[in-house]
Design a protein. Structure first.
Length: 144
C-alpha cells in the first residue's frame, strides 16, 4: 500500500491546469504547480481507497505527497520531469517506497482533472491498470 501512496503523489505531479500553448512549451511543469486532491488510485487492477482525499503539492519540479489523515500511508517527496509534447512524465522520489527509483508515466488532462498511469519498469502505453501489469493508475483533481 505504501507504493500506491507514492504512486499517487507521482501522478498528482502530472496534472495539467489551464495555460496557453506558449506557456506549456516554455515551461511544461508550470501547469502542475499548486495543490491537488487524490480522487482514486489503483495498482495491478486493484483499487486502493486508502489514498483517496490525500493531497499533492507541486512547486517547480518538486512534489510533496501527504496521505489522507485516516491513511496509514507514508508521506513522500521527490522531483519530476515532463515532456509536454509527448505527455510523458518521469518521477524520481527522494523518500517513500520508491525512493531512488525512476517511475515512468503518461498523463492526460480534462479541465481540473488529470489521469496518470506509471510503472517502475516500462512506460505504460495506455491508461489501464490490470492484474499483473505493474501499472499504477491515479486520478487527481485540482484543489479549490
Amino acid at each position: 500500500m505504501t507504493r500506491s501512496v507514492l504512486a499517487v503523489g507521482v501522478a498528482v505531479l502530472l496534472a495539467v491546469g489551464s495555460t496557453s500553448a506558449d506557456d506549456k512549451k516554455a515551461d511544461p511543469k508550470k501547469p502542475f504547480e499548486g495543490k491537488w486532491t487524490i480522487e482514486s488510485m489503483s495498482m495491478n487492477g486493484k483499487s486502493d481507497d486508502s489514498v483517496k482525499g490525500g493531497t499533492h503539492v507541486v512547486e517547480g519540479d518538486k512534489f510533496t505527497l501527504t496521505p489522507a489523515k485516516e491513511s496509514k500511508q507514508e508521506a513522500a517527496e521527490g522531483t519530476f520531469s515532463i515532456d509536454g509534447d509527448k505527455k510523458t512524465i518521469d518521477i524520481k522520489p527522494t523518500s517513500g517506497t520508491f525512493k531512488s527509483k525512476t517511475l515512468l508515466g503518461i498523463y492526460k488532462q480534462d479541465g481540473d482533472t488529470a489521469t496518470f498511469a506509471y510503472s517502475e519498469k516500462d512506460r505504460p502505453k495506455d491508461f489501464e491498470s490490470k492484474d499483473g501489469n505493474g501499472v499504477m493508475l491515479l486520478v487527481i483533481k485540482r484543489a479549490k
